[in-house]
Design a protein around this ligand. Structure first.
Ligand code: SF4
Length: 356
């Protein structure tokens, strides 16, 4: 039954949707009734990557993703972060919130959900240790994670950015039948600057998580205006924001990197000991409205191709270095003789090269 027949049965007009009924049905058939920006990025990187991700029955939950979500959850609770973030119980509370949410999404009981840090499964002792470490100052050069995040929020306020919403749900549902497709997205901050312009900001945990996961030193981050203008995640959120609030015009993007407020340990040409390494806020222009409309057309084209099961093995490279050998789907890709490219290599010398 198509859109028009459905509308006739309901005795009403056809509700305009981004995708036709058959396109939405095709997406349901490939298991993509929910669309996230990360899945589109995966598909753009290598079409087969998304194909494997959609057919892998057991999703692996990474500790990196878990700690990142805990940081976001803590910032969403920003008043308590400032007053109670010194207490490990505050962090354990947000770890429980994130775990419950992940378990619900995965459709499993929280006690059956495990996070992985490399080859290790994260146990209760590790969780408690992280909650304590987040309140201590030794890991981040005389500041705790709770101070770092609070100071980042203070910095934004001092620069005149008023937060009008944070952790804002921008989800859009396309269609109102059994084959509805949900475009999911949560925006970290929507702000207004001193000139009354609207901006959307993304909080990044660059340079921080490896401090807790690998024992690395916190690193400084620098971003150019072009890196902000072409940020794919913010572009996607700008489009979702347009779908939800069509009258709003986003004027600027921002990337928030708390790691830059970690102070230098020693004095040098780069700065004085005890002073922050840099600004935690990078601001740049947003895409024009015309480009947002172009982006919408692109997303719909990609989704039509995904619905048609275009999971071509693109064998991506970074500066000429092949990604396949380090891809977690490499073995599955090699065994799949139904497609060309990687499968062709099984009998060729390139196979040995990629294997090594
Ligand atoms: S092994 Fe290569 S071609 Fe296959 S999914 Fe991974 S990156 Fe794509």
């Amino acid at each position: 039954m198509n859109d028009k027949q459905l509308a006739f049965l309901r005795g009403g007009k056809t509700k305009r949707t981004l995708l036709t009924l058959s396109e939405r049905k095709a997406l349901h058939d490939v298991g993509m009734d929910e669309v996230h920006q990360t899945e589109l990025s995966l598909w753009r990187e290598c079409h087969a990557l998304l194909g494997h991700a959609l057919t892998t029955s057991q999703r692996r939950f990474e500790a990196r993703m878990f700690l990142g979500s805990v940081m976001h959850s803590a910032v969403e609770d920003r008043e308590k972060l400032r007053t109670e973030g010194w207490d490990p119980e505050f962090w354990l509370h947000h770890m429980r919130i994130v775990k419950l949410r992940d378990a619900e999404r995965a459709g499993v009981s929280p006690k059956d959900l495990y996070y992985h840090n490399g080859d290790r499964v994260v146990d209760k002792k590790q969780i408690q240790q992280w909650a304590i470490e987040f309140t201590l100052t030794d890991k981040l050069g005389d500041v705790s994670l709770h101070h770092l995040l609070s100071r980042t929020l203070d910095y934004m306020e001092q620069k005149g950015y008023v937060v009008v919403a944070n952790e804002l749900n921008l989800s859009h549902v396309d269609g109102d039948d059994a084959y509805r497709v949900r475009f999911d997205g949560t925006l970290d901050f929507k702000v207004v600057d001193t000139e009354g312009r609207l901006g959307i900001l993304d909080l990044k945990n660059y340079g921080i998580l490896n401090v807790y996961l690998k024992g690395d030193n916190p690193s400084k981050v620098t971003l150019s205006p072009n890196e902000i203008l072409f940020n794919t995640q913010l572009r996607h959120y700008q489009w979702l924001n347009y779908l939800k609030y069509p009258r709003e015009r986003v004027a600027f993007y921002g990337i928030v990197v708390p790691t830059n407020l970690v102070p230098y340990k020693k004095s040098g040409a780069w700065g004085e000991a005890g002073t922050p390494k840099g600004s935690p806020l990078f601001i740049g222009d947003a895409m024009s409205h015309a480009f947002v409309m172009d982006y919408q057309s692109q997303v719909l084209t990609w989704l039509r191709q995904i619905g048609q099961r275009n999971f071509t093995k693109l064998m991506p490279t970074t500066f000429g270095k092949p990604s396949c050998p380090t891809c977690r789907h490499f073995d599955v890709c090699l065994k799949d003789t139904s497609a060309t490219s990687v499968a062709d290599m099984v009998s060729g010398p390139a196979f040995d090269y990629l294997r090594s």
